[in-house]
Design a binder for this molecule. Structure first.
Ligand code: TEU
Ligand code: CA
Length: 559
């Protein structure tokens, strides 16, 4: 397998709004990111992914961009960004920016022009359609943030498409001039010196021509949009064009955000011979606990299913494309609360989850706070939420789908994106050291116990454990490049897998149970020559049969 720096890298994701506020306005900012570069360096990450920092009216916290070449007012200035870039590079940290080109803000100059008239030169930059002959929206697609995916513009008596919020109109990728402008903008950032892009909803760029209705979905007025806007007919053509025009000219890394894809699609997006992207964020393991594909539901983890999904990605992409590895990001609840145990086994399960992910093949992503075991917060009413998704879903489910407000709050307390967005917990002082003002979103009340200051110097902390996981990856190529084999596929409590590379074998042993579980040690690893690389309990007796303690994790290397 071809080696590459982006295969060996570990990425740390920063959501600037919630990272560190330096001017007391309650909103994190770029000077705050600069201040914490040494913290990221200490952890050992080599790449810093910044969620969108561009000019934005913030209907969706920066995912609605009104100027791709300017910085959001609350975050600072272009001079702050330039300083961040050079300070990061000084420390050997690369910068990965968010590229949001499925849609812009409705305040973007292109859209302001586009909506003026049907013959405006920018009209075709967006997706406009007449209502149905009988009246009403052009098709039955629902927006990701609830309500129809179309908004009416009375100026030209037409509707525009927005897969997300109404202030996020979808760009029309069929328009060549628009594509050229996007490529020019990407080159502008690369020429500035950034090191790559994480590409937002990149598999949504191409839609089925004619934008037909989707198959009706029972219990709603909407149809299934997925077959008409995910992996559309021209998507690979667009990405290959982008690669030819921009990406191939720079030594940069790319990761596409691609919901609803299979491993077959994953090979097409990331295949080394395809000239599209380096890797993608697939979502199958994030949908594992949805009930009948429904996000706003609550269900316990089915470990057998999770193992099947993750192992399939490991095996299928091996030697063909490349995986990204993640549990958490700014759209997901906290993994220690979701797949671990944030009560009596908080520390053990956070370390176990880190082990389980970081010993796989792929490029690992750590989301701010994951390295200190930050947990979900508790929200008491819808007024405590800020997120456009949570608010839209609350409205839709309580008004149109017969759910009680109480039940919806219970579900949001399990599922909401807000759990990722509560401010970073730096220390035990007021507001967790995030701000001296009023935080834009409430701080999780467990910050006196769970904070970075408590953990950085403590060798037995979750932070130190993550540091160790990263340094092991740097030391042992088998962790980056080795083949993957799942053991005990049917075991409901244990996630056990082996890696192999150039005569070495690695065994990763993870218990997802809050009770003790018996485990029959693979014979080869009983041998004295197998070395324990890391574990989340002190002593680790080896025997033909061992009793694994709650959420125990161990990694052994042989050869
Ligand atoms: O998310 C796209 C996406 O498909 C989902 O994960 C989305 O966040 C939502 O949870 C669907 O239920 C990306 C960004 O990561 C997200 O923050 C943005 O809100 C969205 O695109 C729009 O730009
Ligand atoms: Ca600020």
């Amino acid at each position: 397998m071809e080696k590459a720096w982006w295969k060996e890298a570990v990425v740390y994701q920063v959501y600037p709004r919630s990272f560190l506020d330096t001017n007391g306005d309650g909103v994190g900012d770029l000077p705050g990111v600069i201040e914490k570069l040494d913290y990221i360096k200490e952890l050992g990450a080599d790449v810093l992914w910044l969620n969108p920092i561009y000019k934005s009216p913030n209907y969706d916290n920066g995912y609605d961009i009104s100027d791709y070449k300017d910085i959001m007012d609350e975050f600072g200035t272009m001079a702050d960004f330039d300083r961040l870039l050079s300070e990061a590079h000084k420390r050997g940290i690369k910068i990965l920016m968010d590229l949001v080109v499925n849609h812009t803000s409705s305040e973007h100059a292109w859209f302001v022009e586009s909506r003026k008239s049907t013959d405006n030169p920018y009209r075709e930059y967006y997706i406009w359609k007449k209502g149905k002959p009988a009246g009403g929206v052009p098709n039955n697609w629902e927006s990701y943030f609830s309500g129809p995916a179309w908004s009416y513009d009375k100026n030209t008596d037409m509707y525009y498409l927005h897969l997300f919020e109404e202030h996020q109109p979808d760009l029309n990728w069929e328009n060549e001039q628009m594509r050229k402008e996007v490529y020019e903008m990407m080159r502008w950032w690369f020429d500035k010196g950034i090191d790559g892009f994480r590409m937002d909803t990149i598999n949504m760029l191409s839609k089925t021509p004619g934008l037909p209705d989707g198959e009706p979905i029972a219990g709603t007025v909407y149809g299934n949009r997925i077959p008409h806007m995910i992996n559309g007919p021209r998507i690979h053509e667009y990405l290959q064009e982008m690669n030819r025009e921009v990406l191939s000219k720079y030594d940069v890394m790319t990761v596409g955000e691609t919901p609803d894809i299979t491993t077959e699609d994953g090979k097409l997006y990331t295949g080394a011979d395809r000239h599209e992207l380096h890797m993608v964020f697939q979502f199958e393991h994030m949908f594992v606990d949805f009930v009948d594909g429904e996000k706003f539901s609550v269900a316990p983890l089915d470990l057998v299913k999770l193992k099947q999904i993750m192992s399939r990605w490991q095996v299928e992409l091996n030697g063909v494309g490349w995986n990204s590895l993640y549990w958490d990001n700014h759209d997901q609840p906290r993994v220690v609360s979701r797949f671990g145990n944030d009560r009596e086994y908080w520390e053990e399960s956070a370390k176990m989850l880190g082990t389980c992910l970081h010993m796989m093949q792929g490029t690992p992503y750590i989301y701010q706070g994951e390295e200190i075991g930050m947990t979900n917060a508790v929200f008491h009413s819808i007024d405590e939420f800020d997120d456009v998704e949570a608010k839209g879903a609350y409205r839709e489910y309580t008004q149109n789908r017969g759910m009680s407000g109480e039940e919806m709050i219970r579900i949001l307390n399990f599922r909401s994106r807000e759990h990722a967005r509560t401010p970073m917990q730096w220390d035990g002082s007021e507001n967790a050291g995030f701000t001296t003002g009023t935080p834009w979103l409430k701080v999780n009340s467990n910050y006196p116990k769970i904070n970075a200051k408590n953990q950085v110097k403590d060798e037995s902390s979750i932070f130190s454990y993550y540091k160790n996981l990263i340094s092991l990856r740097k030391k042992h190529p088998i962790i980056v490049y080795g083949d993957y084999t799942l053991l005990l596929p049917e075991d409901p409590h244990l996630f056990v897998y082996q890696r192999s590379y150039e005569g070495q074998t690695l065994l990763t042993l993870c218990s997802f149970a809050a009770e003790e579980v018996e485990f029959a040690f693979p014979k080869a690893f009983l041998d004295e020559s197998s070395r324990l690389l890391i574990s989340n309990y002190g002593d680790c007796p080896k025997a033909e049969k061992v009793t694994l303690r709650p959420y125990e994790a161990r990694v052994y290397l042989l050869g």
